[in-house]
Design a binder for this molecule. Sequence first.
Ligand code: CA
Length: 428
Amino acid sequence: METSWVESANDSKTDFPLLNLPFGVFSTSSLNQRIGVAIGDSVLDVRACAEHGLLRTLDPAVQHACAGLTLNRFMSQGRRALSSVRTRLMEILRVDAAPELRIKTERLLHRMSEVTMQLPAAIGGYTDFYASIYHATNVGKLFRPDNPLLPNYKYVPIGYHGRVSSIVISGTGIKRPSGQAKAADAVSPVFGPSRLLDYELEIGFLVGEGNVLGEAIPISKAEDHIFGLCLLNDWSARDIQAWEYQPLGPFLAKNFATTISPWVVTMDALEPFRATAFERQAGDPQPLPYLNSEPNRQRGGIDLTLEVWLSSQRMREMKQPPARLSKGNAQDLYWTLAQMLTHHASNGCNLQPGDLLASGTVSGPLKESAGCLLEMTQRGAEPVQLPSGELRKFLEDGDEVFFRGYCEREGHPRIGFGECRGIVLSAS
Ligand code: CA
């Protein structure tokens, strides 16, 4: 197994072994923002690696891109450039790296606890899909009991354009939004703080190399356009959503905040965990040809475990550890990332480096694998009990929600995503 001279990267519990090396953007009290990779409990300053000649075997344009303030320029260089940087960083961090290389590199490491993470890219566009058929069916049942899954679902990867300006990095406080809501038995709506605030457990994926306006991306090339994955919380105000969503879909119920985890895990790091795409039931239509391919069926999925954790203010006061609310897997998505990306560009829509696409709530068939409280509590009818004895239908002020994601396989180091965290702040 590949090990690193950064000891903490060899811990079996770390999210960031040598074979992960996710990219992010960080700053410190004395350094302005720059690209880094996570390794064990440390962050390697990739910009400084370029400046100190540690990447000089690479294409000069790629070295230059490594000095950017965000990942965008690096993303635009394409998947091969990304692989080349990652392979080189792996060489210099390996346990058998030449001593002088190690001495030079050691000086460019920062303790993760001492850096501030920033958004990884200047995000130009954000699209949220709806790719879990379990989520779509469960939510559909709550909003439309007679007609849960609409007839387009098995043909079209459903999505909507979200808002970019309110995408925030993990750790940012989330102020409870206010909006219009109408109780079922009320004649007219009222305006006030949302009472039904929820999280949505999702996978975000960032676009690497883009496509020219008017030119589609074939499914065979889709993954070449994915720079990497992160965790994403699409905070949702269910009362505002229920009143506003028809006919044009989500608007103010969703666009007040979206949290992403700071480390972008590459497709290269996820390679050992690829899985078959979702197996459609007999009788389901096959995807239309532009969304279908044998490699996508065989390797389009990812065996990625996703967890939701919650800590209430009372639990923290009682010194109780956070409670895990659910555990799901990305293999429960009906559509693969490649299908979502190909569909997005299929009309000629130009995706750009740094664009953020998200899977939609990842829910599985069980209550324990529901990716949001709306499903888990059946819109509040079956509250969840916390270790403190408190009940939750939806989120209360002071609740801190965090997601974890990781891939595990015998004989391979665990590849983790770090955390996607946010605490609910009062509306006033
Ligand atoms: Ca969503």
